[in-house]
Ligand binder design. Structure first.
Ligand code: NDP
Length: 394
């Protein structure tokens, strides 16, 4: 079976030391029959059902979200790290003892992607109908708006919070499973030797997802949970975009690992990733702790300004350097992942470019949102902390 057949058409093979930035269009576009595969669709349904089963298990902490408009707080079962470990071990078991072929995933990425799109569309329609039946929150009056932005902020089926579940489980864990399959294919296609960039990219992705799920409750104080409904934007981002586009680097590295990177290049890349991670994680944790409990020992000595809404804005430490140090850390990590792929092609850099555009857009939206919410206090905050993402530049 030819692995990742469609994508490899896009990728020119490395041509020695020559730079080659041109994207080559596929010689043949896939037909509808090639795009759709019922087996892939069943795999997507089984995967999501399996993750939902794990999410509902009474294992792991129960955490509270931010106060809702009526002052109440929803409860969430934060067992994402447990689900991650069980999924990885279960997948290893299937591969080692049940002769599950990784090519069933790696060779069907296109069909799995199409199946995820179909599943996500059906889910968007379900979310709109559910919102209409149960009442939209806040009322929008537009079906189209509800389809894209979500008609409900926190829709649930029983104990399963749909938004929290899709933001943290099938797509994120699926990303790592796809990486493992690609790593295994790379091993076979490379005469049973692993290239350092391929190993490092899989480790970086693995750590990013494991860390996100370890600190899963941080999602509850992020912008999406607080402000964005359960609709197309959330469903496609986490169910389709994350697993299939965030694995582009490992897809690329199957056959295109740069061969001449020296050990100090690798050292520099690992160091860059570590710096990005420390900034990203400490910024996210600090803000999360402040929002969950402003009096907790970790944040009570931080310099903050009080707003008329009663909430505090941090003006010291990383949050005193720019408005979104967490975005800065994320972007530094993204850059280090791209650098592992060398400079032969722009495709692996799409992750950094698109994340940059996404975070710039989110930053602008968040600025407007905070201005509306905090009024003059926000402008006062902007005087104290003038830089938005990259101090000295933006
Ligand atoms: P943030 O976690 O930065 O949340 C923004 C909110 O934080 C604001 O609306 C405000 O909310 C609060 N806030 C802003 N400034 C301050 C301050 N000085 N002190 C205290 N609170 C403040 O944004 P996101 O939810 O977008 O991002 C969360 C993480 O997810 C980031 O690390 C980001 O990089 C990552 N991410 C990754 C993506 C990917 O594809 N890899 C995509 C999107 C995000 P309020 O005051 O109401 O609490």
């Amino acid at each position: 079976m030819e692995v990742v057949p469609f994508l490899l058409n896009w990728i020119p093979r490395s041509d020695g030391d020559n730079f080659n930035w041109a994207l080559r269009w596929p010689k043949r576009w896939p037909t509808c029959q090639q795009l759709w595969d019922w087996q892939a669709f069943y795999m997507v349904v089984v995967w999501i059902s399996f993750q939902a089963g794990l999410a509902l298990l009474p294992i792991g902490r129960v955490v509270e979200g931010l106060p809702l408009r009526d002052g109440t707080r929803l409860k969430y079962r934060a067992n994402g790290f447990f689900a991650f470990i069980v999924s990885i071990c279960g997948f290893m078991y299937l591969c080692c003892y049940q002769k599950f072929s990784v090519e069933l995933i790696a060779g069907k990425l296109l069909q799995l992607g199409t199946a995820s799109v179909a599943f996500s569309l059906a889910l968007c329609i379900f979310a709109v109908i559910k919102a209409r039946v149960e009442g939209t929150d806040p009322p929008s009056g537009s079906w189209l708006y509800d389809f894209f932005m979500g008609g409900q902020l926190n829709p649930r089926i029983g104990d399963l919070d749909l938004k929290f579940f899709f933001m943290t489980r099938p797509g994120l864990i699926g990303w790592v499973i796809i990486d493992f399959c690609l790593l295994s294919v790379h091993l076979k296609e490379n005469n049973m030797t692993l290239s350092t960039p391929m190993v490092l990219i899989c480790i970086f992705h693995f750590c990013y997802v494991a860390d996100g799920l370890w600190w899963e409750d941080n999602f509850l104080t992020g912008m999406d949970t607080a402000n964005v409904g359960f609709g197309y934007i959330i469903i496609f981002a986490f169910n389709v975009w994350v697993p299939f586009s965030y694995t582009l680097q490992s897809q690329y590295l199957i056959k295109n690992s740069p061969k001449h990177l020296s050990w100090y290049c690798y050292g520099g890349i690992v160091a860059l990733n570590a710096v990005g991670y420390v900034i990203y994680r400490s910024a996210n944790n600090t803000k999360h702790q402040l929002r969950m409990d402003p009096n907790c020992v970790e944040v009570k000595d931080l310099e903050t300004i009080e707003t008329s809404s009663g909430k505090k804005l941090i003006v010291s430490g990383l949050w005193g350097v720019c408005h979104h140090p967490n975005y800065l850390g994320d972007l530094i990590m993204a850059l280090s992942w791209c650098l592992l792929c060398g400079f032969n092609h722009i495709l692996p850099y799409s992750y950094f470019i698109l994340l940059l555009l996404l975070l710039l857009d989110r930053e602008r939206e968040d600025w407007k949102h905070c201005h509306r919410k905090y009024g003059d206090d926000w402008l006062h905050y902007c005087q104290i902390v003038p830089w938005r993402i990259l101090p000295g530049f933006y």
